[in-house]
Design a binder for this molecule. Sequence first.
Ligand code: G3I
Length: 413
Amino acid sequence: MRRRLCAAAVAAALAAGISAVHLIGGGPFAEAATGSSASVPSGVEVGVPGTAPTDPTGGAATGAAGGVATTARGTAGSPEQGVGSHVDAGAGVGPQTRSTPPLTGPLRALAARRGIAVGATVMTSSNLTDSGYSALLGSEYSMLTPENDMKWSNVHPAPGVYDFTGPDLDVAFAQSHGMAVRGHNLAWSADNPSWLTTVPFSRDQLIAILHDHISTVVGRYRGKVAQWDVVNEGIGGFWWDHIGPDYIDMAFEWAHEADPSAELFYNDFGAEGLGGKADQVFELVRGLRQRGVSIDGVGLESHFDLNPPPLGDIAANMHRLNALGLESAVTELDVRLAMPANGPDLDRQRGIYNDMLRICLAAINCKTFTTWGFTDKDSWIPSAYPGYGAALPFDQSYAPKPAYYGLRAALGG
Ligand code: G3I
């Protein structure tokens, strides 16, 4: 039986080397999820009406009671009535009224109450020197993903040469803020160093190189990284083409050997709902399970615009993954807007953040919910989608946007 810990105890536990895995998913947060106020972790007050953070868009839920999915995690938080909400009946998460005063406290404390970890990425460790950036990241979020520092081009710049400067800073920051770490990623077709991709290595040479990389990187952070994206967007691409599809089985086994306590994920985009690529990923992970490979979950990246996949499909996908005994994590959520962002679009964005978190809360196998960044100041969107941006819960000046309140409302805040 895993013990429940508050943030300070989490930091102490990490300092005492208690495995990071015990910090998320069914562990310390789960008990808090029974919804009884007795188990509300520290930092969360059952607010007296009027103490909830003022939501400038006034989106506090006011609407009709409805088919709220109640799970072991208590009632799903309050949706936004009419404001940007596009609740989909198929998702089993309907509109509801707010019957209790909004809870106060940072996102991470509200999420702990619901038995999940809310996470965000750090673009690179250099961002942590920005006090506004690090203060917001460390206070609001209970999980951190290095967005780039753990990628091959950064940690393995030359044959036999590893550079952990960036990831060490990210992990140390997480530990000092009682945050769990999500490692990203161990095998991907992009952001690989030229020494790897330009030399005609044989299959066996590449197997040895990948094995050494995974053992070295996972081994270094053993007990400090709770979840790993072992294979990222791995159907086709460099490793698939040069080793073969079985590189995936091998990668998971090597990661498991290097840290048996870490949860291991296959992570991909465009596979959040049903059909097409989602079915391809489902068949891939079902095959891994049938072959007894040590995989624990599937990461649903969730890089959306204002037309995400049907929520019912996302819920159904999480459900069928659960039937395979797999977790489903939201790993890279952002919702890009045409710039300059206008009021109605910001409200729609708020609804999508609210819906995605409630879908996760309603799914018994969704324990971690991560956004790909947290401030519009540091986001990959503008360079990848010219004319788009404003994809994250906080704006360029670290001020909360409607999307942030959509997340709070989903958690009862
Ligand atoms: O840090 C260097 C900086 O020193 C240098 O001056 C600058 C100019 O070359 O480059 C900086 O590195 C960039 C890095 O982002 C940090 O900003 C890399 O060139 C750039 O390629 C890298 O882009 C990242 C991209 O993955 C490729 O790794 C994005 O930030 C990151 O958001 C994106 O994330 C991916 C996930 O890993 C997988 N899923 C999709 C997602 C979006 O593409």
